[in-house]
Design a protein around this ligand. Structure first.
Ligand code: MLT
Length: 315
């Protein structure tokens, strides 16, 4: 098969695919370049960082299988994917634990001012008595989007002795019961926002979630709240967050892994704030996670049964 890989994937997986197939690598290429490279490909593999537009997909008349090596589908024209009935395979499960652990790494780092303490100690400043630290235990962890990732964050929070609350887009009694069995209390969005000491965001980016966390949302938050965004940059209005962290706003600290502008040379408007941790979209970037995603990519391709052209017309 001929495979276009539009984003960097785990090294051994790439090697195995190259041994067994014709592989074109165009990591993070702009749509115009993807259009040129995808022409006679059967399979497309991609992650975040590229834009898989309708034009890109239309440039490959023989394309049959699309593999999203992770979770988000905000960077592909999903309406066109459905229209064309491509076989579309997402691999969201392996990343959930990695993102959830990173949410905790952020909560701990923010609560204990670890980055500031590290910086000052290395400069010879002994700030033992100047640092304000907080326990996670007995605090309220609010989760916006208690799905695959959010519920994993919630279960770790329960284990840590936190009071865990969360909301979902389509609440139901069944979902509330399932979450309660994990120790997570389902509430509405406003309640989660106004009660949380730590607010961790885990919703996909789509029309209904763009700028979901905006100046109005910040105005309802508890003073001293910590905000963690491992979802997508567009879900939090960065200018509103900047405002909420300065001018006596409620946010004591924030940790942001995803940004409205991502990539080499892009600098967040939050970069100058001392109480912000910024990372380059590494929530799912553990060796274990990417190896597992790689194994699933190989399995998907090995077990893929191409539809014949006639079959596509008959369907
Ligand atoms: C995802 O949606 O799976 C994550 O953003 C990881 C990625 O694709 O880079």
């Amino acid at each position: 098969m001929k495979i276009l890989i539009a984003s960097s994937i785990e090294h051994d997986t790439l090697k195995r695919l190259q041994e067994e197939h014709e592989v074109i690598c165009a990591f993070d290429a702009p749509p115009k370049l993807l259009c040129e490279n995808i022409r006679d490909c059967d399979v497309l593999i991609f992650r975040s960082g590229v834009k898989i537009t309708r034009e890109v997909l239309q440039s490959a008349p023989g394309l049959q299988l699309i593999i999203r090596a992770g979770s988000g589908i905000d960077n592909i024209d999903i309406d066109y994917v459905r229209e064309q009935e491509y076989q579309f395979v997402r691999i969201p499960e392996p990343g959930a634990r990695a993102v959830a652990e990173m949410s905790f790494a952020f909560m701990l780092a923010l609560s204990r001012c670890l980055f500031l303490a590290d910086r000052m100690t290395k400069q010879g400043h002994w700030i033992k008595h100047d640092i304000e630290g907080y326990l996670l235990a007995r605090k309220t962890l609010g989760i916006i989007g208690v799905g695959n990732i959010g519920s994993t964050v919630g279960q770790i929070g329960v284990g840590w002795g936190m009071n865990v609350i969360g909301c979902v887009e389509h609440p139901s009694q069944q979902r509330a019961d399932e979450l309660l069995a994990m120790g997570i209390h389902l509430m509405d969005f406003e309640e989660v926002v106004s009660r949380a000491d730590y607010l961790s965001i885990h919703v996909p980016l789509k029309d209904s979630t763009r700028n979901l966390i905006n100046s109005n949302t910040f105005s309802k938050m508890k003073p001293g709240v910590y905000l963690i965004n491992l979802a997508r940059g567009g879900v939090v209005d960065e200018q509103a967050l900047l405002h909420a962290m300065t001018n006596g706003g409620p946010v004591r600290g924030a940790a942001i892994d995803v940004h409205s502008q991502e990539g080499e040379g892009k600098i967040s408007p939050l970069a100058d704030l001392p109480n912000v941790i910024l990372t380059p979209h590494i929530g799912a970037m553990t060796i274990d996670t990417q190896r597992e995603i790689g194994n699933r990519i190989i399995h998907t391709i090995q077990t893929f049964v191409p539809k014949s052209v006639e079959a596509k017309f008959i369907v």
